[in-house]
Design a protein around this ligand. Structure first.
Ligand code: FDA
Length: 391
């Protein structure tokens, strides 16, 4: 059968692929989007607890993205900013609110953001076809995509199939494999924004506390975040831990301050003088969740009976606890994938491969990974738009 011809074929109907397709379509390009999933934008629908944290007011700051080249994202982020995307959200009359730390969410549902993207694709005459399994991909004069439901050709091809996080939703490392076949470099992939697992005495402490949450300062690999920590059956999660997980490598300890802003040693020693008859667990319970206070003070009685060195050791546990994770919970639980197509092989202006004209890579498939809090969608919009203006 004769291949169907388009100007642009976008592989992947997620955030980056749909926004790229809409942008190119609205420039008058004939655009086809192919996806193997039965419907588009599945990760958008589950994002932000179903409300999609669609951008962050600080999302234009390249320092909030991890990449082999921290300057790579700058150009695309400057040309499509959080304010630009917000203006589009408002044009579509989608009600939104700021939660914390500049994170913008839909008031109603993530479905509003998917609806926006599909309406923008419609406005650009984009041909969207889901349920297509890609069976072969190559390039002669044009790119040629073979699927189980037909063959397609175009002078421009956009890899927008994301990373392997959450395989049960259809996520794959297709983009990395395809990029390698076209001769592009791929930096090592690993799960990021992911809960951390522990073993031994650390897990013995954490497991019974499953469900307990508290604000902490968490640091690892030079990064530091003040957000909530959550104890789980396997170790630690919550925004603070997801954030540092992107910086964690095997064998590294975390540094956790369970009482940010408090000098724990001074606090405990002064309480020993002023309220020596109080039980350690009662005192800790004034600043920490009761179950955590009880676990940390286990075997300790009244403050007055504790030597200063025991209180100093307790203070160190409170303000500089250094548990060493045994691993992460893997792609099954990771919000994103760290690493991807090497930015050294892409133009930062339009995401085009330097050595393969007409080949573009966008979104999570690129070695650019945002912090938690709307940054990953902002990168999808910015990189998708940059490619859509050029493809
Ligand atoms: P995305 O994964 O969205 O899309 C890729 C598309 O390619 C999919 O439709 C997939 O079916 C398709 N595909 C994959 N392999 C294929 C193949 N071999 N053949 C054909 N098609 C293929 N970020 C954020 O900023 N705010 C938030 O609130 C959240 N919340 C959140 C919650 C959860 C549970 C997860 C897992 C992730 C988030 N994220 C997030 C991250 C965010 O979802 C992610 O960064 C973007 O969806 C990435 O967009 P892409 O378009 O690059 O990939």
């Amino acid at each position: 059968m004769k291949p169907e011809a388009f100007d642009v074929v976008v592989l992947g109907a997620g955030a980056a692929g749909l926004y790229c397709a809409a942008t190119a379509g609205q420039r008058g390009r004939r655009v086809l989007v192919l996806d193997h999933a039965p419907e588009p934008g599945r990760k958008i629908l589950i994002s932000g607890g179903g409300r999609c944290n669609f951008t962050n007011l600080h999302g234009a700051d390249p320092a909030r993205y991890l990449s082999g080249n921290p300057r790579f994202a700058r150009s695309a982020l400057a040309r499509c900013t959080p304010q630009d995307f917000l203006a589009l959200v408002e044009r579509h009359r989608i009600p939104w609110h700021e939660k914390t730390l500049g994170q913008l969410f839909c008031d109603r549902s993530a479905r509003d953001i998917l609806g926006l993207l599909l309406a923008e694709c419609d406005a650009g005459g984009v041909d969207l076809r889901c349920g297509h399994r890609i069976t072969a991909l190559d390039r002669a004069e044009r790119f040629r995509v073979e699927t189980d439901r037909g063959t397609f050709e175009a002078p421009s091809l956009v890899l927008a199939t994301g990373g392997p996080s959450i395989p049960k939703m259809g996520a794959t490392s297709f983009a990395a494999e395809a990029a390698r076949r076209f001769g592009l470099g791929v930096t090592p992939l690993r799960p990021a924004l992911v809960p951390l697992r522990f073993e031994g005495p650390s897990l013995d402490l954490m497991q019974p506390l499953s469900g307990v949450s508290l604000p902490v300062r968490a640091a690892c690999g030079g990064a530091r975040f003040e957000e909530a920590l959550l104890f789980t059956h396997r170790g630690l999660s919550g925004p603070a831990i997801l954030q540092v997980s992107s910086f964690w490598r095997e064998g590294m300890p975390l540094a956790l301050d369970l009482l940010p802003g408090v000098d724990a040693r001074d606090w405990l020693l002064s309480l020993k003088r002023s309220q020596g008859r109080s039980e350690a667990r009662t005192v800790l319970g004034t600043r920490l969740p009761a179950r955590l206070a009880a676990a940390l003070a286990e075997g300790m009685g009244r403050l007055a009976d504790l030597p200063d060195r025991s209180l100093s050791a307790l203070a160190a546990r409170l303000s500089d606890w250094q548990p060493v994770p045994s691993g992460t919970e893997g792609y099954a639980k990771a919000e994103v994938t760290l690493g991807g197509v090497d930015t050294a092989d892409l133009s930062q202006k339009d995401m085009q491969a330097r050595s393969v004209p007409g080949l573009f890579v966008v979104g999570e498939a690129v070695d650019v990974t945002g912090w938690l809090g709307g940054y990953n969608f902002q990168w999808a919009w910015s990189s998708g738009r940059a490619a859509g203006l050029a493809a």
